[in-house]
Structure formats: structure tokens, C-alpha cells
Ligand binder design. Structure first.
Ligand code: ATR
Length: 290
């Protein structure tokens, strides 16, 4: 193990060249006066376990884990948080002396973006979640923990939405909420009177498509959030704006999930995440920054 002047962290994924996490965490370190360094580590698709072990053996203190490895984390650590057990996936690992700890901050980041940055309280709302893949599964638990009246999960493959809802039913009850699953065309019936919050966890907008639900599902002044950002979110956000909704891409969630990870590692909360979001938008608008 090397003696380092700085505590070291990284994002491990494939690919990772596009990751904005080094910029975000260097801003948080500056805000909080923490001495740390944050890198990108690209792992072979079939070599995540070895990459994680090598990163820990190098003396690093932890890492973020991104696509396509989030589901591999739980089997590689000694402790998983309740959120990780529910989502069966993790995006943050801390290498403690007693063992490796896994956390999932994606959903916490989304909830913080909705409630703090967009200013909409989820308590008592009807939330419609589109998609039942990894991204949707990662955010459902924390959304339910914010006490919405109802969360409806719909997916192109309806059986996946039904299964995801069923796996969160007890968790929903614990938080005074209900969760229902179904097919895309059932969204309106399952929501009842439309939704106040629409979350797009599908990859449909990758192809520039609009949301895969019927128009009219959004209540007046609804909030529509994509879990993706950049060009991948444009199909959805333009559709949501055309429906009169307040539309957000996933960049706020990216910054907020990073803030939760930073606090998990360092025990300090970055005090000004909106400033980092503004700086990140400016940076991305000015062209590619490796
Ligand atoms: P991720 O990790 O990003 O969630 P994923 O697990 O492959 O990726 O999930 C992609 C999600 O987008 C799924 O819910 C998928 O629906 P299916 O389960 O039916 O495949 C959804 N999706 C992808 N393309 C879509 C499209 N054109 N219209 C509707 N849903 C789509």
C-alpha cells in the first residue's frame, strides 16, 4: 500500500471517459476544504471484481461504480445498506478497515433534486415512473421513502414493472404509500387523476423519442424529470415542455447523488450543490472536457 498525501477515490465503469464526476468531486473538495483526489478508472467489462480489488489494494479510500457494473457491487462487499438491498445495485463503495460498505445514492440524489432544487415536495403526490430497468429500480425505494401517496411504475415489458412494484410493496407500506405496476397503456388508469411528478427511467429518449406514454397524463404544473442528461434527454424534456410541464434533465440528480456519495465517504455535506450544477452546465455547454 502506498502512503498518499491525498485520499483517493474514482469512478469505475465502462466507458468512463465522459464522466463528469471528477469535476463535481473536485468542486465539493474545494467547498469543504477536503484533501482528496478523484480519478476515472475504466474496467474491462468482464473484469470488474479484479478492477475493484486492485483499486482498493492501491490504498484508495473508495469509489463510485457506474454502468455496467452497479449490479455486481452487492456480491463484492461486506455490507450493503437497506437501499442497496432493495435496488440490488450500488453506485458507491467505501473501503473501511472493518470491510467494504456499499451505498446507493442515485435515488437519494433524484429526491434531493426534485425536493430541494425543483422545490416540489413529494409527500402526498402521485408519481409516475416510466421504465423498470436498472435506472428505475435504483430510484424507486428513495422516491417511496419520501411519502408520496402513490407511485405507478409502467414499462414496455409490463411484467418487469409488475415485479418491480411487487418487490417494493412492503417498503411502500412502511412509508405510508402504495406502489402499482403495469403496462405503458395502463398509466392513466393506474394514476387515477394524472400525476404531479413524471420520472423517465427508460432509455427511449436515447433515440430522440418523446415519453412513451399518452399525452394528458400530466396534471397542470407537473414536474417531469429524466434520469439522463445531455442530448439523450432532449426527446423527453421537449415533449414534457410541450405538455406544459416543468422539465428537468438528470444533471441535477447527477450532482446530488455525488453530494450524497461525498458525505458517505467524508462525513461532510457539500454546502452549495446548486453552484456546482450551474458550473457543470456552463462547462458542458462550452464543449467536451475529458
Ligand atoms: P438502464 O440501466 O438504463 O435502466 P435497462 O436496464 O436496459 O437500462 O432498461 C432500459 C429501460 O428502458 C427498460 O425499462 C426498457 O423497457 P423494456 O424493459 O421493455 O426493455 C425501456 N426502454 C428502452 N427503449 C424503450 C422504448 N423505445 N420505449 C419504451 N421503453 C423503452
Amino acid at each position: 500500500m502506498r502512503a498518499e498525501p491525498y485520499d483517493r477515490y474514482a469512478v469505475i465503469g465502462y466507458p468512463v471517459a465522459h464522466s463528469q464526476s471528477p469535476f463535481i468531486h473536485s468542486e465539493f473538495a474545494r467547498q469543504t476544504g477536503q484533501l482528496m483526489q478523484y480519478e476515472r478508472v475504466q474496467s474491462p467489462v468482464d473484469g470488474f471484481a479484479q478492477t475493484l480489488q486492485a483499486w482498493a489494494d492501491s490504498g484508495a479510500r473508495g469509489c463510485n461504480v457506474t454502468v455496467p457494473f452497479k449490479f455486481e457491487v452487492p456480491a463484492r462487499v461486506s455490507h450493503c445498506s437497506a437501499r442497496v438491498r432493495l435496488a440490488q445495485a450500488a453506485n458507491t463503495v467505501r473501503f473501511d478497515e472493518q470491510g467494504w460498505q456499499a451505498e446507493n445514492t442515485d435515488g437519494l440524489g433524484l429526491v434531493a433534486d426534485i425536493q430541494l432544487n425543483a422545490g416540489l415536495a413529494l409527500k402526498g403526490c402521485t408519481v409516475l415512473l416510466l421504465g423498470a430497468g436498472g435506472a428505475a429500480a435504483g430510484v424507486l425505494g428513495p422516491v417511496l421513502a419520501a411519502h408520496p401517496a402513490r407511485v405507478v411504475v409502467v414499462n414496455r415489458t409490463a411484467a418487469k414493472a409488475v415485479a418491480l412494484a411487487a418487490s417494493h410493496a412492503a417498503w411502500a407500506r412502511e412509508h405510508g404509500s402504495i406502489v402499482l405496476g403495469g403496462a405503458l397503456h395502463e398509466a392513466a388508469a393506474l394514476c387515477g387523476q394524472g400525476c404531479q411528478v413524471l420520472i423517465n427511467g427508460t432509455s427511449s429518449s436515447l433515440a430522440g423519442e418523446a415519453a412513451p406514454v399518452a399525452t394528458g397524463i400530466l396534471r397542470p404544473n407537473a414536474l417531469a424529470v429524466d434520469l439522463m442528461y445531455g442530448p439523450a434527454s432532449e426527446g423527453f424534456t421537449l415533449w414534457a415542455q410541450s405538455q406544459g410541464a416543468q422539465a428537468r434533465d438528470g444533471l441535477g440528480m447527477l450532482v446530488e447523488q455525488a453530494a450524497q456519495a461525498f458525505e458517505f465517504w467524508r462525513g461532510v455535506r457539500p454546502p452549495d450543490t446548486p453552484a456546482v450544477l450551474t458550473a457543470l452546465r456552463r462547462r458542458m455547454a462550452s464543449g467536451p472536457h475529458p
